[in-house]
Design a protein around this ligand. Sequence first.
Ligand code: ANZ
Ligand code: ZN
Length: 810
Amino acid sequence: MKYDFASIEPKWQKKWREEKTFAAANGGDKPKFYGLVEFPYPSGQGLHVGHARPYTAMDVVARKKRMDGYNVLFPMGYDAFGLPTENYAIKNHIHPAQVTHDNIANFTKQLQMLGYSFDWDRVINTTDPEYYKWTQWIFLQLYQKGLAYKTTMPVNWCTSCKCVLANEEVVEGVCERCGAPVVRKEKSQWMLKITEYAQRLIDDLDDLDFIERVKIQQKNWIGRSTGAEVTFKATTGDDIVVFTTRPDTLFGATYMVISPEHAYVAKWAGQLTNLDEVQAYVAAAARKSDFERTELAADKEKTGVELQGVRAVNPVNGKEIPIFISDYVLASYGTGAIMAVPAHDTRDWAFAKKFGLPIVEVVQGGNVQEEAFTLKDDTGIMVNSGFLDGLTVKQAIPTITKWLTEQGIGHEQVNYKLRDWVFSRQRYWGEPIPMVWCDQCGWVPLPEEQLPLLLPDVKSYEPTDNGESPLAHMTDWVETTCPHCGGPARRETDTMPQWAGSSWYFLRYMDPHNQEALASREALDYWSPVDWYNGGMEHTTLHLLYSRFWHKFLYDLGVVPTKEPYKKRTSHGMILGEGGEKMSKSRGNVVNPNDVVAEFGADTMRLYIMFIGDFEKAAAWSAKAVKGCKRFLDRVWNLSEQLAGEKGYSKANESAIHKAIKKVSEDIEAMKFNTAIAALMALVNDFYANGCSRGDYQALLLMLSPFAPHAVEELWESLGFAGETGGMACQQSWPAYDASKTVDAEVQMAVQVGGKLRGTVTVPLDSEQDAVVAEALKDPKVQKFTEGMDIVKVILVKNKLVNLIVKPKK
Ligand code: ANZ
Ligand code: ZN
């Protein structure tokens, strides 16, 4: 029988689909397991091998969990709103809905081609009105609770997409999508108050089984800082409030800096003697993004302008100090104003050097001549600091904070780097925001009965040049009546950002066809939380944080039963091109899964993508290694024609099988797929060497079935196992191992030095020479006779004795 993957694979895929082999039931006696992968954006390029890695991995886990006796939910869907589709639609004059439909059809074909055990009855599509009805519903709930609000703020504006970007979508000053420069622009935006959840988003990480680097990245992104707010008096009589994490250094504050956007710049215009210079600097700063102003400028010379005509007073020593504007102080963080302590802050030091400002050391050990000394520990001793002198930094911080509080000029303060989420986009292909503007009533939410608010058909999806959404042209749609007073009103024409639909999709899978709710309470109670979610590290600070926020909000509303959506989070490394470079069209090194499957079959593709290397690390594609995986499957296949002996494990293979079961079971749980496969390869070698019984082979097929399910089912059926067990291999129980049979037999061996018995060692049966010698040399009794000696020869009698021939070192 030939291994004809091209006919075998579609055959089993069809059977699984028709028989709904992998459909999950919302209930039952089995324990539940909900395994989740990030649903794809259905791009025109189709499925990438980068998708195949996490999808195959979770498919292996899901298939194994089913065999372990779990009721498994392993769903798939499409995150289909977004810019690339819209841009493609504009360019090719095809409706985005049509583009989406075609791309989804292609993705579905590809996912089925790879034999994934998704429950195809639960497929969701975020652009389906039946789906986005509930995205809109969640928005309305956020609005009712005061967590969605509209405000005018400077936003990141992509000059090419003509679209507002979230901070996270701006990478190194350019648009993450198209690479065009991003400028700042004032716009009225819907915002979501994720900051209200900042502390909970940090605290609740503790109980989660997330890989450490995900937790760290989320914490850093939220960026909690503890410090104090301190009020300085300006000579105008105004209070300048600063945020500092080092109130202990207050005596060293020799000047102040406020951000160029600070309200006082305009307020003090009349008093400033250098107003022109100040205004020119403000205008220049406005053109830069925060990233350019901070990260990109970190090593560059500091710039700024003194506000001549106004000064401030340091509240601890009464000294008058100058005030500057500089773009290294951001309007959006803390209070947008700082006290500058050049002796102990690197940026302040660079600035002070440039402008010839005094540098006063207040923590002993600060190297004020060469470079600012930013204290890393709490052991420094305060100097030049009045009543703080002699205290450690650790003591000085609470002391000064208490003093400031008593004086009524300061208090302890916690700040977060996290900003509220800019939730509107001036684009067509997104969820309409269900809000109406009435001149009489202001913003009025659409009544829930009117959901979904359908995205209207438009002729042109081009964003307008003034930055309004294309929907703004749709007079018929825009003009409506106020749900509150019945007067004339206008619909919101911005749409939701790409991240909306993915913020709750895992809930919809639990009950995807529900018409009354986003999912029934029973379904939510049964499946929550997601047991294991694998996805890309690049989604850590966006999708993963956003969806945790929405889930917590829904938890507070009583809609979902758990405060966190995902129990466990793991992440995979990237697949690189042959030779280790990033796959890209321009490099011409993109591997198309269709080609691999056509040439070698889906099972080889699956096996290879799991064998490619450590799951968490990046790995380079190797056509040669793909062939190696195909050869392994050929070997498995051909072995089926040489089976000898009946049921049960053969004596010769029994221990190897038990060991392999233990190893493969543990490795799949730990996502060490490559070593699991290596163990199966070794087992096949044993089978070829020792002969293979039907029972031996059956165990191999069961362990191989999550990785190469099509070939396994075909063999399972043709060898009659299906008849004997009454089901497919994927429906069998995962083989169990007997722990006592997995431990290696050990032997005691005599150790001689120069032919005389000097000790004994215990080593695994059949140990090779090097291993025995290494073990022998650990024995102090042996060491006594080998010290200062060279081992010139070793005589090994396997499993009995080792004799070390030595002579003195020269
Ligand atoms: C005085 C000082 C002395 C500071 C010292 C640091 C070291 P994190 O930890 O990131 O929260 N800062 C405050 N608001 C700022 C703004 N809007 N733009 C730029 N810098 C700002 O950083 C807090 C520190 O960053 C604050 O503590 C302040 O400088 C500066 F030896 O105050 B510090
Ligand atoms: Zn009204």
